[in-house]
Write a protein that binds this ligand. Structure first.
Ligand SMILES: C[S@@+](CC[C@H](N)C(=O)[O-])C[C@H]1O[C@@H](n2cnc3c(N)ncnc32)[C@H](O)[C@@H]1O
Length: 274
């Protein structure tokens, strides 16, 4: 995606977008030079501490796929994916429809490029829609007429906030957002959430990474610890294995590496309203 002719209206290609950086980590082509430059800085910082931003993005995506598969297999047929990201392989609706008939999926994002691509992908899809919405305003998302027409809020549904809440820098605001989401969940509903954490080992590199993200469309990124994650799932029944690094959450191949909270990573969990 390059050249003035291909830049959608309302987009400044010189400001790195967290959606397009993530697309770059995942090997996608929907990104501009500024996105790639910022993403390469993060990749280099990761290398300094023996990590790989691309691998972390893939592991996060793997968690999302496994969580959706588990929920669809257990009969959940409605998904609201907030901060859905640019369409990639194995999007929520594609994973879900392999396991449950006619899943209803709403993709929500505040990035116009994400919405353009999602709407193009979904042009012929009756059961999946994409809407513009801001994670900071969960009430507006749930009350959006298109969302209300698509999701039956009297039946169990899943809300996904995967690798998005950390773009809300203020702790109180993040807690308020999750509270407002939890309030809407009816029994049998699920919250699927992943979030960046940092431990103490990679402090210097993470601090440089935060500098890079402060110049992006999101305006910054926050890491949070286990206790924050626990509070987001307050009152919910955590599915096994609880809150763990995403790669350790129900891995497809046995993952016998001890769970390590000392370095940078992404924590993930799924909670259910009982
Ligand atoms: C790192 S990507 C994650 C994509 C996908 N959830 C995943 O984990 O594979 C973060 C996404 O959240 C979106 N995003 C960031 N801040 C947001 C906000 N305040 N409201 C809605 N979407 C937001 C970005 O545009 C981007 O598409």
């Amino acid at each position: 995606m390059e050249g003035a002719r291909r830049v959608p209206a309302g987009i400044d290609p010189n400001v790195p977008s967290v959606a397009r950086m993530y697309d770059y980590y995942l090997g996608g082509k929907d990104n501009f030079a500024a996105d790639r430059e910022a993403a390469e800085k993060i990749i280099a910082l990761g290398r300094e501490v023996g990590g790989d931003a691309r691998e972390i993005a893939r592991e996060n995506r793997g968690f999302l796929r496994r969580a959706v598969r588990l929920l669809a297999r257990s009969g959940i047929g409605q998904f609201i994916d907030i901060g859905a990201g640019l369409p990639t392989q194995e999007n929520v609706h594609q994973v879900a429809e392999r396991h449950i008939a006619d899943p209803r999926v709403v993709y929500v994002d505040n990035d116009p490029v994400v919405l353009n691509h999602a709407r193009a992908l979904l042009a012929d899809n009756r059961t999946t829609i994409a809407v513009s919405g801001d994670l900071r305003e969960p009430k507006a998302i749930f009350d959006d007429p298109a969302v209300r027409a698509h999701i039956d809020f009297t039946r169990p549904f899943a809300v996904l906030m995967v690798a998005v809440l950390h773009f809300v820098s203020d702790d109180e605001e993040a807690a308020r957002i999750v509270d407002q989401v939890r309030e809407r969940l009816v029994p049998g509903s699920h919250l699927v959430l992943t979030h960046a954490y940092q431990g103490t080992r990679d402090e210097a590199a993470v601090s440089c990474g935060k500098q890079v993200y402060s110049g992006t469309s999101a305006g910054g990124v926050a890491t949070r610890d286990l206790s924050h994650l626990e509070s987001y799932f307050a009152g919910l029944d955590l599915l096994k294995p609880g809150i763990v690094p995403v790669q350790a959450w129900r891995p497809e191949v046995p993952w016998d590496v001890p769970v390590d909270f000392t370095g940078f990573g992404i924590l993930g969990a799924v909670g259910c309203v009982i």
